[in-house]
Design a protein around this ligand. Structure first.
Ligand code: AMP
Length: 623
């Protein structure tokens, strides 16, 4: 059922819900949508004509927050109150970032409790999640202003190398900003989506995404097969980008052209405004040289000049570093440059002609650079949002399972067949057997979740496989298969392989499950991880003990006559001891008593086997 919302500005009813795509960048962020009439992705543009919102947050002494360009203007005057590059801190502990702390002009503190970094501004402390949420709030506000409707749902991109904690932090930032984050997707995946590479059915492609921004460089090697993106390798440098080119130009003017050296200010703040002017002019020169051969300008009344050739020489070592990373990534992926089917350019610095040329030469092919490299990631996120909204059926729905899927095994344990974050569609199977002699049915209970005991997970379905022909315990081979199709429907089937009896059921794992519930379930699995491991070990010990008791009982019933009364008493006593140990639920005790019962009964079993062997050999010739 489509949701209906009211456009407050016009009073009209909107049938379609808007899901926005957001590129939450280190330097700049932006928001994009797919236009409902033309189905074309566009970056949202404010009246000022700008799409990029600098990822900078300023707090004044009263705690008022400013985001974007107005905050950027305060970077030089109030460095301790103006926070940039918060993305570099997402999901990180102080230990993770302490070696980079020289990069940050603001105060990063280690609060010692949850070990995650916080930023101190005046007497207030902000987590990177809060800082990012201010940027997201600003983007949401802009989108609502431009679209004249409320925006509550989003797809947000993250670097391919982000770990679970960093992805979770990004989700939390979205939630804090009042956004329901439907999906976190990888930036290189989004860029490929924007170009529509590999998203048609039955298409298989290997792609390199070269992303050179203001302060970071990433190279990702991906494969796309049937609409499923897989990251094969990533490499890069978290402190390499257009800013380094600007700094190189500043140094060139200082060293070769004699622009006042004492006012360098890069970190020293001797003359902040002159240093800032030099940086701004250097960036302008760089941008100018992307389309011209010479730049001429003035800094503090003094003429400065740089040619394209000089600039290219200055940045050659920087470009060489990115190409080295490309080599390493290819090596990690086990590929050669000629095996790459498409190269996608992302990030403002890929506009530099020398960068483009080096990448073309390395991969030996033309590159995809037709889409604005600052916007391509957000546009791809919007394409993904459009697919999620069900407006785009041409492209496959790219998805992964948010939670693990499995069945209940003995002792109420969860046996995972498809782990969480597995690609969809997917298939997995495993063989099981019966516990009892002559068991004719088997109950298959399907669960979803990360906990070790099924009672803590979510039950999806249950069915009975009946008609298994009578066989001793352990002999039937029941193959359970999980198959998730491209629509996310899970088909569970069970087949007894010896007899061919089979049964199956269809379930919708995501049915009725909100994003919040998925997150809660994941969180619970982390909180209970230690207890769960202990509990699983106990349940396994109890299961083994039960099996040992059953085997011994069966043995005594069948072969009791070969045991002496003393031996019989020893067995029964040890069985009783094991039962007591099981009641105590002490894992170590259960294990040691099980082992003891095994020791007591093993000699009798061997004796019976020998007798059976002698019986079998009687009257037969041995060669
Ligand atoms: P991003 O982090 O992707 O927004 O990229 C920002 C970087 O791209 C900054 O260092 C900009 O100076 C740089 N940039 C933007 N436009 C150009 C251009 N036309 N030529 C060279 N560099 C550019």
């Amino acid at each position: 059922m489509a949701k209906v919302s009211i456009n407050i500005a016009t009073g009209s009813l909107l049938q379609e819900e808007i899901i926005v795509g957001i590129d939450l960048g280190t330097t700049n962020s932006l928001i994009a949508i797919v236009k409902s009439d033309t189905h074309e992705p566009i970056a949202l543009r404010e009246i000022d004509g700008l799409t990029l919102v600098p990822s900078i947050v300023h707090f004044d002494e009263y705690g008022n927050v400013t985001v974007g360009n107005p905050a950027k203007d305060l970077l030089v005057q109030q460095p301790e109150r103006t926070i940039y590059s918060a993305k570099r801190l997402m999901g990180k502990s102080y230990g993770d970032v302490s070696k980079d702390s020289g990069f940050f002009a603001y105060n990063i503190i280690d609060d010692g409790t949850d070990a995650l970094v916080k930023v101190q501004v005046g007497d207030k402390f902000y987590s990177p999640i809060e800082l990012s949420s201010y940027i997201l709030k600003e983007l949401k506000k802009r989108a609502e202003h431009i679209l004249k409707t409320t925006v509550t749902k989003a797809v947000i991109t993250v670097p391919a190398y982000f770990n679970d904690a960093q992805r979770q932090a990004t989700r939390d930032a979205g939630r804090l900003a009042g956004l329901d984050v439907l999906r976190i997707i990888n930036e290189p995946t989004a860029a490929s989506l924007a170009y529509g590479i590999g998203v048609k059915h039955n298409e298989e492609k290997t792609i390199a995404v070269y992303d050179l921004g203001g302060g970071t460089f990433d190279i990702s090697i991906l494969t796309i097969n049937n609409g499923i993106f897989e990251v094969l390798a990533t490499n890069g440098d978290t402190y390499l980008g257009g800013d380094d080119m600007d700094n190189a130009v500043v140094r060139y003017w200082q060293e070769d052209c004699g622009v006042d050296n004492s006012s360098l200010g890069l970190g020293s703040h001797t003359d902040k405004s002159l240093a800032q002017e030099m940086r701004v002019t250097a960036e302008a020169a760089k941008v100018h040289l992307s389309t011209h051969d010479v730049f001429e300008g003035k800094i503090a009344g003094q003429d400065v000049r740089i040619t394209k050739q000089d600039f290219n020489e200055l940045i050659a070592p920087l470009i060489a570093r990115t190409i080295n990373s490309c080599s390493s990534a290819l090596k990690d992926a086990g590929l050669t440059a000629s095996q790459i089917d498409a190269v996608v350019m992302v990030g403002g610095s890929t506009r530099v002609p020398a960068v483009k040329e080096a990448v073309k030469q390395f991969f030996g092919r033309e590159v995809f650079d037709g889409i604005n490299p600052d916007e391509v990631v957000a546009l791809g996120a919007a394409v993904q949002a459009d697919i999620l909204a069900g407006n785009n059926t041409e492209m496959l729905l790219l998805d992964v399972t948010p939670l693990s899927l499995g069945i209940e095994t003995m002792g109420g344990l969860m046996d995972v067949l498809i782990p969480r974050n597995s690609k969809i569609p997917n298939k997995a199977g495993r063989q099981y057997t019966t516990q009892k002699d002559g068991q004719s049915g088997m109950r298959i209970s399907v669960y979803q979740g990360e906990r070790d005991l099924v009672q803590d997970n979510r039950k999806l379905a249950e069915f009975n496989l009946t008609g298994i022909p009578a066989m001793p315990a352990g002999l039937p081979k029941v193959e359970v298969t999980f198959l998730i199709d491209a629509d996310g429907i899970l088909k569970v089937s069970a087949t007894e392989l010896r007899s061919g009896v089979a049964q199956s059921i269809d379930v919708q794992p995501q049915y009725g499950l909100t994003d919040q519930q998925v997150e809660d379930m994941l969180l619970a699995s982390l909180t209970h991880a230690k207890d769960d491991i202990k509990m699983r070990a106990l349940v396994e010990a109890l299961t083994e003990a039960t099996q040992m008791l059953e085997v011994t009982e069966k043995f005594i019933a069948k072969h009791g006559d070969v045991l002496s009364p003393v031996e019989l008493t020893a067995s029964v006593t040890q069985m009783e001891r094991l039962r007591e140990a099981m009641e105590s639920r002490d894992k170590d005790l259960v294990q040691s008593e099980t082992e003891r019962l095994n020791e007591v009964s093993r000699p009798y079993a061997e004796r019976v086997m020998d007798a059976a062997l002698k019986d079998a050999m009687r009257g037969k010739k041995v060669i």
